[in-house]
Design a protein around this ligand. Sequence first.
Ligand SMILES: [Zn+2]
Ligand SMILES: [Zn+2]
Length: 178
Amino acid sequence: MNLPDITIISFGYFEKDLLEKVSEAVKGEFRCSMNVKEGHIDLSEFYDPARRQYNGNNLLKHVDAIPMPESNKTIGLFNVDLFIPILTYIFGQAFLGGRTGIASLYRLNNECYGMKKNDKLLLERFQKEVIHELGHTLGLIHCNISSCVMRSSTYVEDIDQKEHMLCPGCRKEIGLVK
Ligand SMILES: [Zn+2]
Ligand SMILES: [Zn+2]
């Protein structure tokens, strides 16, 4: 498989340093070229007042519809509480084998669970979540290997249990050799 060119679009007003560190982690994992862009979106049209959350399905479709000729995979980064109708919340989601994923920092924050702020842990969680969603766009499904970044995560603690890397099986699946 040809190595992907990946674009990160920031919709969360993230600090440049955070975006660079996420971008580096993605690049290190997928050996791809990276673009980082600022995006602007009116989030109010994705807000569900009854749930007081943002509709992840609609946001994913919206990001997917943004023309991105220079790259073949795109991940939109947010800092709002995302949901899909069948789940209480999501950390992110992606089109399996598609072009686009989304991920949010919101539920990765310790403060969200009444715990002490931890910037290092937050960055690690975000890096893993972004790599995970991009793995889906590359056609990977959830993996049973406990350390693999493609293992599914329901709770933030699940993210902490895994590495930010693909296991050898998942790596082989998408033709990545390190
Ligand atoms: Zn997943
Ligand atoms: Zn795996």
